[in-house]
Design a protein around this ligand. Structure first.
Ligand code: 5GP
Ligand code: MN
Length: 340
């Protein structure tokens, strides 16, 4: 389904449904929350009864966002979440393309197989056969940019308001690292230009996202760079590991490691950066790269994950020591590509 076909058919399609549920991915980021809330506000304006469900809590730097209190957090309110899923007549996947990315929601999503699905997303390797409607563009900054295009097609003059504009800007800003990567075309800037207004202040939104660290969070960042970063010159790679006790020492709160993985890329010669974190029972991998080197393949082929060319994630079920070992074992396969 082309973007044009999606846009042409969208309004007729969506208005058939009475109870819509929007789901986004586990450990929701700015784009997951921004795109879901903007789409939520848009559907409300179309007169649709809609609920946003996220698998687990959002980071505190998003807590000021309009509509955030309307979101159902599945691991805190599972019974109600299951009720919403079971009574939905349409389920929308925003900012992910496979149910396995929805953590605890996964099981219940799989139960309501008869409910049609709509997808708006920018990740790779989508199995389109599961969707009644889809807008999937890999070469787009963010899901929020795609939602912005949908709303723009139906008329910004009719549907855009400060809440929607704010949510969309948060999503695009965070998924592009404040417009420093994942920008594939001028439309990204053009659409953001249309979202900014005298009452939607980009600099203020940026400050609410990036200048609201706790002291512990900033000190944890310092610890990561000073004590936990290894630079592997021959692989143009740097990795940072964080054990459970590291996180405890800095009173870790959800979102505190967000952005840490980007810092090693500031080193001139580093093309790939990896953050290896010990989470409840699993090891999380966060990959970033600059230039052509694709971390999607690394995450997909070795760490049960995936993502985009320059940003991907994955998990392993092992100890932090084994995870580091595994990463170091895999690395030589990419030596040639990393040296290009
Ligand atoms: P992050 O490092 O910020 O957790 O994730 C970076 C990017 O990779 C995000 O776009 C995210 O959606 C994607 N991603 C993270 N973890 C996974 C995973 O386990 N599987 C897949 N397919 N994508 C992931
Ligand atoms: Mn995204």
């Amino acid at each position: 389904m082309s973007k044009q076909l999606f846009l042409n058919k969208f309004q007729e399609f969506i208005t058939q449904y009475k109870r819509v549920v929007i789901v986004s991915h586990v450990n929701p980021d700015g784009d997951a929350i921004g795109s879901s809330l903007a789409f939520y506000f848009f559907l409300l304006k179309l007169g649709i009864d809609v609920k946003v469900i996220i698998p687990n809590d959002f980071p505190s730097f998003l807590s000021w966002m309009p509509g955030i209190d309307d979101i159902l957090i599945f691991d805190k309110n599972t019974d109600k979440g299951v009720e919403y899923l079971n009574s939905a007549d349409l389920i929308c996947y925003l900012d992910f393309n496979h149910p396995s990315r929805t953590g605890l929601v996964h099981n219940d999503l799989c139960h309501c197989t008869k409910t049609p699905r709509l997808l708006i997303d920018h990740h790779r390797d989508t199995d389109f056969s599961q969707f009644a409607m889809y807008l999937s563009e890999v070469e787009t900054s963010s899901t929020s940019e795609l939602v912005a295009e949908v709303i723009q097609y139906h008329g910004f003059d009719k549907y855009l308001d400060d809440n929607i504009a704010t949510c969309l800007l948060v999503g695009i800003m965070t998924d592009t690292g404040s417009f420093s990567h994942s920008i594939y075309h001028p439309e990204t800037f053009e659409i953001c230009g249309k979202l900014i207004s005298p009452t939607v202040d980009y600099q203020l939104i940026h400050s609410k996202i990036y200048n609201t660290f706790s002291e512990n969070r900033l000190r944890l960042l310092g610890h990561c760079i000073n004590n936990r970063m290894t630079v592997l010159k021959e692989y143009h790679t740097a990795y940072i590991y964080l054990s459970k006790s590291d996180l405890e020492a800095f009173d870790y709160q959800v979102g505190d490691t967000e952005g840490v993985v980007n810092f090693p890329l500031m080193i001139d010669d580093v093309k790939m950066s990896v953050l290896i974190t010990e989470r409840q029972g699993v090891i999380r991998f966060s990959f970033r790269s600059k230039g052509e080197f694709s971390v999607h393949e690394v995450a997909k082929d070795h760490f049960n994950g995936g993502g985009h060319t320059n940003a991907a994630g994955g998990t392993l079920n092992c100890t932090i020591e084994q995870a580091i070992k595994e990463f170091l074992k895999v690395l030589p396969q990419y030596k040639t590509l990393l040296n290009q």
